[in-house]
Design a protein. Structure first.
Length: 132
């Protein structure tokens, strides 16, 4: 996510946005997959996370009115969304699997990249050079 957040912050500078707003853009994108942390930051950062959780994961979907869902999906159709977003995630990380350590992106590669095996945090600790 850091790559995307750096890219997102770049166009903001020529427009003259204050550095604090550019930081919020960066944090919103960089941290939206980090559980709980964004909700302790600026409201804009938390809002990005809440939006992603609803849009991608369906968290809170049952609390939305059918009219609101219809209005949003009319403006932003979701044809084959689940398959397409998972394919986009897999394509985005397939060439750099080590960056998925400790993130939900490892789940995506585990499902869609034959032979991918996530880095195991427990094994890292157990196999470190430190004595027991």
């Amino acid at each position: 996510m850091a790559d995307t957040s750096h890219t997102a912050g770049r166009p903001s500078r020529p427009v003259g946005l204050p550095e604090t707003d550019i930081r919020k853009v960066w944090e919103g994108i960089a941290l939206h997959t980090t559980p709980e942390v964004p909700y302790r930051l600026d409201p804009e950062v938390a809002l990005v996370t809440a939006g992603v959780e609803t849009d991608v994961l369906g968290i809170g979907y049952g609390e939305l009115s059918p009219d609101d869902i219809a209005a949003v999906t009319a403006a932003h159709p979701r044809p084959d969304f689940k398959r397409q977003i998972l394919a986009a995630f897999a394509d985005g990380f397939r060439h750099r699997p080590d960056t998925t350590f400790g993130t939900v992106n490892a789940d995506v590669l585990e499902h869609f990249v034959p032979g991918f095996r996530r880095i195991d945090f427990v094994e890292i600790i157990q196999n470190s050079d430190w004595p027991a």
